[in-house]
Each structure stands twice: as structure tokens, then as C-alpha cells.
Design a protein around this ligand. Structure first.
Ligand SMILES: Cc1cc2nc3c(=O)[nH]c(=O)nc-3n(C[C@H](O)[C@H](O)[C@H](O)COP(=O)(O)O)c2cc1C
Length: 440
């Protein structure tokens, strides 16, 4: 059986047998100590190799300031012992938000962000986790074609796209974002990075993935007569120039990029797919982009795949698709391996650049062994956990203490968190944290 299956492994051996049967190269190590080796990052040290991935919580106030549930989430992450907390996508301008409760990093919200950073650090200190506290990175974004204002779609798309345009019930003639607007937006990103630095974050991430604006620009071959479309040099211009501008203004900040190495769409509408197989990463363009970013001071790379609104299984292998979504023909383990291999491919091209791999949550209690295999073999530097962090924010502490993740705490990849986000409701785990989060 090679098609989609739900998770049903009763041992690590069964998982490895399945990987073998599917001809997947899945690293695996019984000994997970590689996950607890500190790793330098510029002048800082990350105390271990476990990263909380950015996960939108849709629990900010209408003004975009972190709300009570935002504080709860980050304090729980901090108490949970992960070495790096990658704060979720925060819009850099009001018009770039995904919903009315997405974070907005702005001078007026600075006091609340400051408090969020300070309370997160205090929670980490109080937890007694050994070593320096976790590194705190804020993801900066513009939601692009998926942006909403006042609950209504308000797209700022990079190009016309026959696959993505119909996903939003908008007039297909909505205007594309102009070059002048992009020139201005570069400054807004740089200002947001400065605000993040004032709030106390150690670093910022330029979100260039998942079909959002900066990611979509990388694919914008069909954007003609523009400094930001056509050849790769133009498509990567916004990301590269913005990264350079942030580094120029704040050389002290860790500069990170979350890169969608392959979005799953065919040329001329997609980025990073192989000829004739748009879901299979061809890393040539991604390597070029990372090389240019590295030359401008990139410190950290986080690798992801896909566009959640288009083919969610590429970025978040699941047992059950989000409501209304199709069950893919591929086995979720193939999705896990694709994510890991994309990160490993970029790590191999840039051995000195710390790379975060993703897509581990579907592996449930066996994730630590795959993550340790990948980190131990230097295929990636850090293992990033997304949905598991909603389910068990203290997974790192469990691994340190017991050497294992209790199965009853694992994420079951049910996609309910994705559904909550789509509905613009506070996002968390309705299975493991049901006192706080519910579907109804
Ligand atoms: C509800 C939800 C919100 C997410 N929000 C973000 C986000 O803000 N930024 C981002 O880069 N990725 C986001 N992601 C993707 C995750 O960071 C991660 O890449 C994905 O869930 C796969 O990792 P996992 O298998 O550990 O869950 C989100 C995913 C989910 C399910």
C-alpha cells in the first residue's frame, strides 16, 4: 500500500519498515542526545536543537496587539524548554493581515510586544531549563493575495494565477500590487524589524513562503514589465533587498528567512518545482536565492514547502485534511520525507548556515528519533515543531527528562488547528487543550 494512510505505527521499527517499503530515505537514531547539543548562532547560543515553528494563533486584539491567549501560548512554549521560539507571522502593515486577529508589529503595539517578550523570557527562566534562555525570533509578513480587511478579502497579489485566483471569492480583476507599493513596503518591513528589535526580539524572519506576498513574488514569472517579476533576479529582488536593508539598519539582529523551497505550482505560476513534477523540489533557484541572502548577512534559514490554501499536505502532512480538502494520493510519510529532504538539500549546499527542518508532527511519538537522526547526521541543524507545539508545548522538557514523548501528548494531525485559523478563531489544539480551544 503506497497511498494515503492514517498514522498506525506501534513501534519505530514499523515506521522504518514503511519508509523502506515506500523507498524513502528517513534518518532515524535511537539516541536522541544530538537534540540537546547547543548551537552557536552569531554572538548567541541556542541551548538545544528543538525549535517551535511559527504558528498563527489568531488571538491578537483588533489592533494587532498580542492578546491574553497570545501571552498564554508563548509563556507555555517558553516554559517547555525548546531552544528557539519562532514567533508567528506578524503583519508589517494593517492591510497585510490574514484576519482581524493576526498580530501587527507597529509602534503603537510596541509596549504590548515588549511585555510579551519580557514575560516569555521570564517564563523560560522560571522553568529551570539548563543553559541560556531560548532565542526569540519574530516572523514578519505581508499576507499578499490572502490578505483580509474587515473580514473581507483584500488581495495584494504579485501576479495573475489561474490556480490561486479562484481560491478567494474576489473579482478576478483585482489589481496587482504595484512596483511603487513594493518599494514602499520594503521600508515598512525594515521599520517593523526595528520595532521588533526594540521589543527585545533576538532576530526577525522574512516570511517567504506559503503563497504569501514575498513567497509569491519568488514565483512571479507571469508578472511582466516589473522590477519584481520575470527573471529570478527580479523575482528575488524584494526578498534580497529587504534582507539587506534590515541588516544595514540592525546588524545586531539575527536575520532569518523562512523559505518555501517549492510551492507545488507549475511554471510560470510556481517556484521551485521540477519540470513536469511541480510537487518535487528542484532546489537550483532556492540555492541561488539563499546564496544571495547569505552574501547580505543571512544568519538562519527555515525551510518549508507548499501553499496551505492550495495543497495543504505539502507543508503539513496529516491524517485528516482540513474540512472540504482532498485526501492526497501520497502517504503522509512521503510528505514528511519531502520536507526533510528539501531542508537537507539546502543544508548540504550551505553547511555553515544553520537550517531548520520541518514537518515532524505527523510522526507523533517517533518524531524525536527521526529528528535526532537528521540532526545527528547534520542533514539539518535544528528540528522545528509546529502542530505538536499546540498539543504539547512542553515536548522539549519531556524529551530532556524522559527521553521520549508520551503518545497521549502527541499531535494527531487532525487539521482542526488549520480549520480554526481559516475561520479566524483563536487557534490551538482542540484535542490536547480542549478546555481552551473548541471547534464549536
Ligand atoms: C494553524 C497553523 C498556523 C500556522 N502559522 C504559520 C505561521 O504563522 N508562519 C509560518 O511560517 N508557518 C505557519 N504554519 C506552518 C507551520 O509552521 C509548520 O511549517 C507546519 O505546521 C508543519 O510542521 P508540523 O508538521 O510540525 O506541524 C502554520 C501551521 C498551522 C497548522
Amino acid at each position: 500500500m503506497t497511498g494515503h494512510e492514517r498514522f498506525r505505527f506501534r513501534s519505530g521499527d514499523e515506521l522504518r519498515d514503511k519508509a523502506l517499503a515506500l523507498k524513502l530515505d528517513l534518518p532515524y537514531a535511537q539516541d536522541i542526545k544530538s537534540l540537546f547539543a547547543p548551537n552557536p548562532l552569531g554572538r548567541l547560543t541556542v541551548p538545544n536543537r528543538l525549535v517551535i515553528q511559527p504558528m498563527e494563533g489568531a488571538d491578537a486584539g483588533e489592533d494587532g496587539a498580542p492578546g491574553p491567549l497570545t501571552f498564554r501560548r508563548y509563556k507555555r512554549y517558553a516554559a517547555g524548554g525548546a531552544g528557539l521560539i519562532w514567533f508567528e507571522a506578524a503583519a508589517v502593515v494593517g492591510g497585510g493581515r490574514s484576519n482581524a486577529h493576526q498580530l501587527l508589529i507597529s509602534p503603537s503595539n510596541l509596549p504590548t510586544f515588549k511585555r510579551l517578550v519580557s514575560e516569555t523570557r521570564t517564563a523560560a527562566e522560571a522553568s529551570g531549563t539548563p543553559g541560556p534562555g531560548p532565542l526569540l525570533i519574530l516572523q514578519l509578513t505581508h499576507t499578499g493575495r490572502f490578505a483580509k480587511r474587515g473580514g473581507r478579502p483584500s488581495p495584494a497579489a504579485a501576479q495573475r494565477n489561474p490556480f490561486l485566483d479562484p481560491l478567494r471569492k474576489t473579482d478576478h480583476e483585482f489589481p496587482l500590487i504595484t512596483d511603487a507599493e513594493l518599494d514602499d513596503l520594503r521600508t515598512r518591513f525594515a521599520e517593523a524589524a526595528e520595532t521588533a528589535a526594540e521589543a527585545g526580539f533576538d532576530g526577525v524572519d522574512l516570511k517567504a513562503c506559503h503563497g504569501y506576498l514575498v513567497g509569491e513574488l519568488l514565483a512571479a514569472r507571469a508578472r511582466t514589465e516589473s522590477r519584481y517579476g520575470g527573471p529570478l533576479e527580479n523575482r528575488a529582488r524584494f526578498l534580497i533587498e529587504t534582507a539587506a536593508e534590515i541588516k544595514r539598519r540592525r546588524p545586531d539582529l539575527v536575520l532569518a528567512v523562512r523559505l518555501g523551497a517549492c510551492d507545488g505550482l507549475a511554471v510560470p505560476y510556481g517556484f521551485g518545482g521540477s519540470a513536469g513534477e511541480p510537487e518535487t523540489p528542484d532546489l537550483a533557484e532556492a540555492v541561488h536565492v539563499v546564496r544571495e541572502l547569505r552574501a547580505r548577512g543571512l544568519d538562519l534559514l527555515n525551510v518549508t514547502l507548499g501553499i496551505p490554501a492550495f495543497k495543504p499536505y505539502l507543508g503539513r502532512p496529516f491524517d485528516r485534511p482540513p474540512a472540504g480538502g482532498a485526501v492526497p494520493t501520497e502517504h503522509p510519510l512521503a510528505g514528511v520525507a519531502r520536507l526533510l529532504n528539501a531542508a537537507a538539500g539546502l543544508q548540504a549546499s550551505f553547511p555553515d548556515l544553520p537550517v531548520v527542518g520541518t514537518g515532524f508532527s505527523w510522526l507523533r511519538q517517533y518524531f524525536p528519533f527521526v529528528a535526532a537522526g537528521a540532526v545527528g547526521k547534520k542533514r539539518i541543524t535544528f528540528a522545528g515543531l509546529g502542530r505538536l507545539a499546540f498539543a504539547a508545548p512542553d515536548f522539549a522538557a519531556d524529551l530532556r527528562r524522559m527521553g521520549a514523548l508520551p503518545p497521549r501528548k502527541a499531535c494527531v494531525a487532525c487539521s482542526h488547528c488549520s480549520e480554526l485559523l481559516r475561520a479566524g478563531r483563536p487557534v490551538g489544539c482542540v484535542v490536547r487543550d480542549r478546555g481552551v480551544y473548541r471547534m464549536t
